[in-house]
Write a protein that binds this ligand. Structure first.
Ligand SMILES: C[S@@+](CC[C@H](N)C(=O)[O-])C[C@H]1O[C@@H](n2cnc3c(N)ncnc32)[C@H](O)[C@@H]1O
Length: 208
């Protein structure tokens, strides 16, 4: 059991999630990503779930809590990984959740395959990061057009999804979805559904 003392906790679906100011504050609307991911998981191929950019882990934990599937959470922020481990333990999921610390393209072995990848990359355009002084920069800075880390997620998913697997990606704006669609053309994925939520966008990409 980890011995972190939480600055704060909040409910995320049935889970209680602990976090502090070193990580992004969990956003209630993102429960929609977990709910949709759990629906997809019900008919996904066998295998574990990969959560990229997991932060405190709440989106991935809520995705798998009712399924019995193993979950691998990845984040390069050591504090996020500490909280993700803590939250997995508190949820009674420590035996099937592994948290890996590091850049996503360095911590997954070549032969590993996942039934579902859930990704929540930083998607704020770099020039707008200053509008969110309460958020850690590493958690929100998505580069010039906000898509730098999202493309890394797509590359990792392309390499590590099982056949018929799905990537459920979070983005910020309509323009980002359009840019993704234009650049993806012929790139191994089809965008099969887009859902607009309160404060962001969820994009389902299936391997073609
Ligand atoms: C938008 S936050 C999402 C965190 C969490 N899913 C949430 O909803 O609170 C993005 C996360 O991506 C992590 N991150 C940024 N670049 C990364 C990379 N190259 N590899 C792994 N994690 C990364 C950050 O540390 C941060 O925790």
């Amino acid at each position: 059991m980890t011995t972190l003392s939480a600055a704060e906790t909040m409910r995320f679906g049935p889970l209680r999630i602990a976090f502090d100011g070193r990580v992004l504050r969990p956003r209630p609307w993102t429960e929609a990503q977990s709910v949709w991911a759990a629906e997809i998981l019900a008919s996904a191929p066998p295998g574990p779930v990969l959560e990229l950019c997991s932060g405190a882990g709440q989106i991935g934990l809520l995705t798998v809590v009712g399924s019995g599937r193993p979950l691998v959470c990845v984040d390069l922020n050591p504090a996020a990984c500490e909280w993700a481990r803590h939250n997995a333990e508190q949820a009674g999921l420590a035996d099937r959740v592994e948290v890996r610390e590091g850049p996503m393209d360095r911590v997954i072995e070549d032969p590993e395959r996942f039934a579902l990848v859930v990704a929540d990359p930083p998607w704020v355009r770099r020039e707008e990061v200053g509008r969110y002084p309460e958020d850690p920069v590493v958690a929100i800075d998505g580069g010039r057009d906000g898509l730098d880390v999202a493309w890394s997620c797509i590359e990792v998913a392309r390499r590590h999804l099982a056949p018929s697997g799905t990537l459920l990606l979070q983005l910020g704006t309509v323009e980002q979805v359009d840019a993704l669609r234009a650049r993806l053309r012929g790139g191994g994925f089809t965008i099969t559904e887009v859902r607009w939520c309160d404060r962001g966008v969820l994009v389902r990409l299936d391997l073609t």
